[in-house]
Design a protein around this ligand. Structure first.
Ligand SMILES: Cc1cc2nc3c(=O)[nH]c(=O)nc-3n(C[C@H](O)[C@H](O)[C@H](O)COP(=O)(O)O)c2cc1C
Length: 358
């Protein structure tokens, strides 16, 4: 049952070791500015994205919905999104469309976060099999359910192929994405789920779909290869593919090399400092999932504390790089370590910071 799978994901992601790889933010170094010429309080962390002003460029990651536990998690996360004036993705809403009795677990996001940036979510393999008429209905249901400001479609071939009841159906996805972009009447975000978006994929998306944003969701955090293999009792197979994917810091550079739209950085981002680094190498916002699941399971106060800490870390990174606003952070100089330099060189990816630091 689809509900059991949703609860399995929450249980396994919260109780087991499901993170792997290195997102390579340890190889992105800021230059410390000893003379910032601003007061800490003057640092302006706000941004405007998808026509919404956020207090800082943070979006709660796409996780769940469809069960009682998921409803509690979504309520806590939505309350925090509203309180901090940040963004929030919901998990895949297919469950609520095929089982409308579960839609409440998503609707409560709109109730608890009426003004926050809210992002609807559907999976590419599922939409690939729908005819256009039904797809219009699914997209409008997903958007209306949470009064969404944008819609995300996730690309998750690794998850589907390791999932016991997986649907690794990717033929025709490009055309369906282009169709969704046409009919959604909202910004379209194309995201991965933790194995990363490459330059090749970003180039196809840019030329054939023209999404408003790409969320790179690289490797270095939650691994759905691990989660699904644990569910399948086939952890050996997961070990063979351990580390499969594009490290998040690299994915940002690869995508930015060929795509001018909004980039959301995610995949193993674990601090406001990681988020600030992502912003300095090409991202416009950052997102985090599993740590917020762990916090939300502990309750509202714990989640609020966690996001407050994240905001403070982000603001400190801005202050210490002398960035008065996010635009200045986007231009803050960084130095890359050898793995990143080598990767970008082999891939012929130019990054302004590489040439600046050479
Ligand atoms: C329990 C759980 C459920 C998830 N479900 C979805 C989903 O329904 N749709 C989606 O686009 N991503 C989903 N993701 C993937 C996250 O959005 C994110 O891409 C991934 O976890 C990497 O970020 P992290 O390392 O910060 O956790 C889920 C993640 C977790 C931990």
């Amino acid at each position: 049952m689809i509900e059991n799978r949703k609860d399995d994901h929450i249980r396994i992601a919260s109780e087991q070791n499901v993170e792997e790889g290195n997102n390579l933010f340890n190889e992105v170094h800021f230059i410390h500015i000893a003379l910032p010429e601003i007061d800490f309080d003057e640092v302006n962390t706000s941004i405007t994205i998808f026509n919404k002003k956020l207090s800082f460029p943070f979006i709660i990651g796409a996780m769940t919905g469809g069960t009682e536990t998921a409803e509690k998690i979504n309520t806590t996360l939505a309350k925090c999104a509203e309180e901090f004036n940040i963004g929030m993705y919901v998990g895949s809403q297919r469950i609520a469309i095929v089982k409308p009795e579960t839609a409440r677990s998503f609707r409560i996001v709109a109730e608890n976060a009426p003004t926050a940036l809210k992002i609807a979510n559907l999976g590419a393999p599922q939409v690939s099999r729908l005819d256009e008429k039904i797809l219009v209905d699914w997209v409008s249901q997903a958007i209306d359910m949470i009064n969404a400001d944008a819609i995300a479609i996730h690309l998750n071939p690794a998850q589907e192929v390791f999932q016991p009841e997986g649907e690794p159906w990717f033929r025709g996805v490009i055309d369906k994405l282009r169709f969704i972009k046409k009919i959604a009447n909202r910004p379209l975000i194309v995201k991965e789920v933790g194995n990363g978006i490459s330059m090749e994929v970003a180039r196809i998306l840019a030329s054939r779909v023209n999404p408003d944003a790409i969320d790179v969701a690289g490797i270095g955090g939650t691994s759905f290869i691990r989660i699904e293999s644990i569910r399948a009792g086939a952890i050996d197979e997961a070990n063979v593919f351990s580390g499969w994917g594009i490290p998040t810091a690299i994915a940002i550079c690869e995508v930015r090399n060929v795509y001018d739209g909004v980039i959301i950085a995610s995949g193993g981002i674990r601090s406001g400092l990681d988020g600030a680094k992502a912003m300095a190498i090409g991202a416009n916002a950052f997102s985090m999932s599993r740590p917020l699941l762990l916090a939300a399971l502990k309750g509202f106060d714990e989640t609020k504390k966690f996001i407050g800490k994240l905001l403070r870390e982000f603001k400190i990174a801005m202050f210490l790089t002398g960035s008065r606003n996010v635009n200045e952070l986007n231009n803050a100089p960084v130095v890359f370590g050898q793995t990143i330099i080598s990767w970008l060189g082999q891939r012929n990816v130019s990054c302004k910071h590489v040439s600046a630091s050479k």
